[in-house]
Design a protein around this ligand. Structure first.
Ligand code: CMP
Length: 143
């Protein structure tokens, strides 16, 4: 059973899309292993998106992520990383397939509603970043 990290970004939280987004993952057959509504500071946003630090949009990305609450989640199930990315859709909503979260709810690449880990290694790193280490999950956040 694989785990992945999914984060509903401030635009998704502000627009009241937590419920519809969770529904899509549940309908697909995934189990919600952990969830918390939180504000992230610049240090956490910069660590989370460290691979993009040299990109021209990095500052804008960090500003956006720290502009409001996010909903951090851990989903588990078969091929969780690849399957959740398929549900989320392409990074740029213009290119996302109809029926995906980004195609159905988002208009532009900067505010694309949701983030999903791009590999099992990223998932492990991101879960540890947001949930203080994977072992804590079972005891502190298991629903
Ligand atoms: P995400 O999947 O969270 O991973 C990195 C994020 O950077 C991506 O979604 C986009 O929201 C953001 N991003 C990627 N390209 C651009 C861009 N050209 N301008 C602004 N933001 C971008």
């Amino acid at each position: 059973m694989e785990r992945t990290f999914v984060m509903i970004k401030p635009d998704g939280v502000k627009r009241g899309l937590i419920g519809p987004i969770i529904t899509r993952f549940e309908q697909k057959g995934f189990h919600l292993a952990a969830m918390k509504l939180m504000r992230i500071d610049r240090a956490l946003a910069e660590r989370h998106y460290g691979e993009h630090q040299d990109r021209p949009f990095f500052g804008e990305l960090v500003d956006f992520l720290t502009s409001g609450q996010v909903c951090a989640m851990v989903w588990e199930g078969q091929n969780a990383v690849a399957n959740t990315r398929a549900i989320i859709g392409a990074t740029n909503p213009v290119q996302a397939s109809p029926g995906t979260i980004r195609a159905d709810f988002a208009l532009d690449i900067a505010s694309n509603i949701v983030h999903g880990s791009d590999s099992p290694e990223s998932a492990q790193r991101e879960i540890a970043l947001f949930f203080d280490g994977a072992p804590a999950l079972e005891t502190m956040y298991r629903m």
